[in-house]
Ligand binder design. Sequence first.
Ligand code: CA
Length: 253
Amino acid sequence: MELEAYARTDVGPVREHNEDAWMIDLESGVFVVADGMGGHAAGEVASALATETVHEVLVGAPDPEETRLVRDHGLEDSADVLRERLRYAMNQASIRIRRESEARPETRGMGTTLVVLVVDGDHAHLAHVGDSRAYLWRAGRLVRLTRDHTVVQQEIDNGNLSPELARLLPNKHILTQSVGFHGPVEPDTTTRMVEPGDVFVLCSDGLTDPLDDDALSKIIAATPIDMLAHVLVEEALKAGTEDNVTVVAVGVT
Ligand code: CA
């Protein structure tokens, strides 16, 4: 499988800082979007630290603690091992952000979302914490691969709230977990087979606030992969997003 990937980020029309971060490492098949939070530019510190840390852990040699975790859990299947690495990498990011915010009081309380895609041969491994999302476009259909870690998503799952109403709530971004701020994290992780023609889209909520899944699906259907990140961000800005917007688009050929 050959991969191609494209990213675009935009600060948006309202914010002074872009607190989103992204990473494309085609050689290792690692792709990341993070959406930081915290005052006085702390959000961008958190998202950058998380992105760097996750990448470092994933492409580096397993450290002794990580090796012990894999052994203790009796993990032999390579997909299980990789998902454990993702979980470990995100928790290392969390530890690093908390250390940094203890050392620098002005960044206290900072945190970030994280969505990480690792394509390894014909497998795609995905992990996320927070409300940055991953989508898969396959055979003309868009599937959301992540479930937001938000209070409103919990209410939707409990049957107390409709997705349509949830989109309108002012507090819809309250997270049930975030990297750094919440300390230890329990990311959702999945593994699936990839197929030629697959397109993965990682994004921050600046994209999905103004554009629902139907709108995203129409744009993706009409846009070549090398223009997709650009066009999606453009459409979010046109649709009135007030937030930072970030998209990483990964195509499988
Ligand atoms: Ca955001």
